[in-house]
Design a protein. Structure first.
Length: 308
């Protein structure tokens, strides 16, 4: 595969990265080292971040177009909630949720990532216009996923994952979370490559919030360069995660975290940290706050203030 660089000029939907190259099945590259912005479109009734606000296809499509207008480079469309404790929809239900949305937004020129753990959903979404597969299980949940992605020759996001949502909190046990996440990601890479997935097609995600408690997440964020030092692009998905809802030093330790939609400023800060660490892309629910944070960082870098 020959990577395509996303254009800086607005495409038909108004956002960056929606030009003729959007339909190519290749890995979008960052422009000037600034991470791409992956806008989240949850087509679920029980999303932790928006409570099902975009569950209806029409609302999801409208939201996707809005994210593009706001500056998203690509859209991540998912029909299964992965919040802690969430149950799984049937394959048929997941297909019904995402395929109309993928098809409609791809027709508008959007670069689409399909967020799924099911090979059948990935395959049908690729047929509908998606160009990237984002599997939070890294191919562990469905043994057919690696073969499907290898056959399709599309970029594949392999996230660090230990268990489905209903059990994942029990697996949050590490001696050294960063070292173990890196080792387990490299194990997945080996399996994926053995299944035929091209090395240049693999993107890694350390899996913030998945089988990790708040301390684990902070350690990962602090030592993110140990993940980005791997010879693979890295996607960072901290957006609205629970550990960002406990930042107020005045709050009691047992108090409830702030609501997910109140965590966008903190998310923008983590997007900036991800940029400094060399991330390929950041996955966010609120595009403008992260867009502006990255714009500030880009201006500082351009002025000669970039730190190695």
């Amino acid at each position: 595969m020959t990577p395509a660089v996303l254009p800086d000029t607005p495409g038909p939907a108004g956002g960056r990265g929606t030009g003729p190259e959007a339909g190519t099945r290749s890995l979008p590259l960052t422009a000037g080292g600034v991470p791409l912005i992956m806008g989240v479109v949850n087509v679920t009734p029980d999303s932790f971040s928006d409570g099902g606000r975009w569950f209806e296809p029409g609302a999801a499509i409208e939201h996707g177009l809005e994210l593009l207008e706001q500056g998203a480079d690509l859209l991540d469309i998912g029909g299964e909630s992965t919040r802690p404790g969430a149950g799984r929809p049937s394959e048929h239900e997941e297909l019904d949720r995402v395929i109309p949305v993928v098809s409609a937004l791809a027709a508008q020129g959007a670069v689409i990532s399909i967020d799924t753990m099911r090979a059948r959903v990935a395959s049908d979404a690729l047929d509908a216009g998606a160009v990237l597969v984002n599997d939070v299980s890294g191919g562990l949940a469905d043994p057919a996923m690696a073969r499907t992605v290898a056959h399709a020759e599309v970029p594949f996001v392999a996230m660090h994952w230990r268990a489905h949502s209903a059990q994942m909190d029990r697996e949050a046990q590490y001696d050294d979370v960063v070292t173990e996440v890196v080792a387990e990601l490299l194990q997945r890479v080996e399996v994926l490559e053995q299944a035929g997935v091209a090395r240049e097609a693999i993107i890694l995600d350390p899996g913030f919030g998945f089988s990790k408690n708040a301390d684990h997440n902070w350690q990962l964020l602090t030592r993110l360069r140990e993940v980005t030092a791997l010879p693979y692009p890295v996607l960072v998905g901290t957006s609205r995660k629970r550990f960002l809802g406990r930042l107020d030093p005045r709050a009691r330790p047992d108090s409830e975290p702030t609501p997910p939609t109140s965590r966008d400023y903190a998310t923008a800060a983590t997007s900036l940290l991800a940029a400094q660490a060399g991330a390929w892309a950041v996955r966010v629910h609120d595009v403008p706050s992260t867009r502006d944070a990255l714009a500030v960082w880009k201006r500082v870098c351009a002025a000669g203030g970039r730190h190695a």
